[in-house]
Design a protein around this ligand. Sequence first.
Ligand SMILES: [Zn+2]
Ligand SMILES: [Zn+2]
Length: 313
Amino acid sequence: MQAFPSRRGSVLQRVRLWFDAGTAGAVRSGNAQRIDWVRALPFLAMHLACLGVLWVGTSPVAVTVAAGLYAVRMFALTGFYHRYFSHRAFRTSRGVQFAFALVGASCAQRGPLWWAAHHRQHHRHADTSLDPHSPAVYGFLWSHAGWFLTPAAFPTDLERVADLRGYAELRWLDRYDMAVPLLLGMLMYGLGALLHVVAPSWGTSGPQMLVWGFFVSTVVLFHATVTINSLAHRFGRRRFATRDDSRNNFWLALLTFGEGWHNNHHFYPGSARQGFRWWELDLTWYGLRLLAALGLIWDLKSVPPWVMRKATP
Ligand SMILES: [Zn+2]
Ligand SMILES: [Zn+2]
C-alpha cells in the first residue's frame, strides 16, 4: 500500500529545494532513507555535463583552470569545512571565515553548517548505524555517494553546530546552497567567452571553460573528497586502535591534501595537522601554516606528545 504519497512533497516543492534548502524541514517523507531522485537531479546532471568535453573539446588553459580550482577548493574543504568549521582546529576572523566558507560553498557539497553538522555526527558515531556514511554498515556505494541524496540527510541539524549558527552569512550560504556554484559556473562561462575574444590562440570558449572549469573540476573534487568517507574507512593502515574502521592511506592523503591520514584524525580530531609524522604529506597543513604566517589564522592546535605514545609501530 502506498501510504500518504503527498507527504513526500510535490515535484515542484522538491524542485524548489534545489534553490532554497531552508524549507527542507517542511517536507516529510515516508522514505527518509531512500534517494529522492527529483532532489538528486542537479547532482546527476553535473556528472552528465562532464560528457560535454566530447563537444567542447579541450585546451591547456581550460585544463589548467580546472586543476587550479580543484586545488584551491580542496584546500577550502579540508582546511575550513573540515578542520575549521567541523573541528575548530584553529581560529580566524569573521572575514576570513566567510571568504573560505564561500570558496567551500562553490564545491556544490552544500553549505558549511550542513557539512560540519553531518561530519560531527560521523565522528560521534563513526561506523555505527548512526554514522550517516559508514561503508561497514551501509556498503561502499552508499557511503560514497548515496546517503546525502536522502530526505533524512537533507536538513541541517543546527543543534550540532550551535557554535556556528549565530553567523547570518553562514546560514545564508547553507540555505541557498545552489547560489555560489551557479555563480562560479557563470564566471567560468564568462571567462571562457572573454578569452575566446582577447586570446583566440588559446583555443578556449565559454562552453569549454564551463565544462572543464566548473563541471569536470567539481565532479572530480567531489569524488576525491568522499573517498575519505568510503575508502579511508576500508583501505590502509591503522596506527591507532580507534573504535571505528578509519585508516591511514598515503594515496588518499595525496589526492585530498592530507585527509587520507584518517586513522590519525579519528584518534585525535582536534589537531589542525593530520599527517602526524614529518613524512606524512599533508598539503593542507602546509597551507594553514602559510595562512598563519600571514596572520590570517591563529591558535593552530597541534598534536600533543601523549597522542604519539599511543601509536602502534
Ligand atoms: Zn571518518
Ligand atoms: Zn573529521
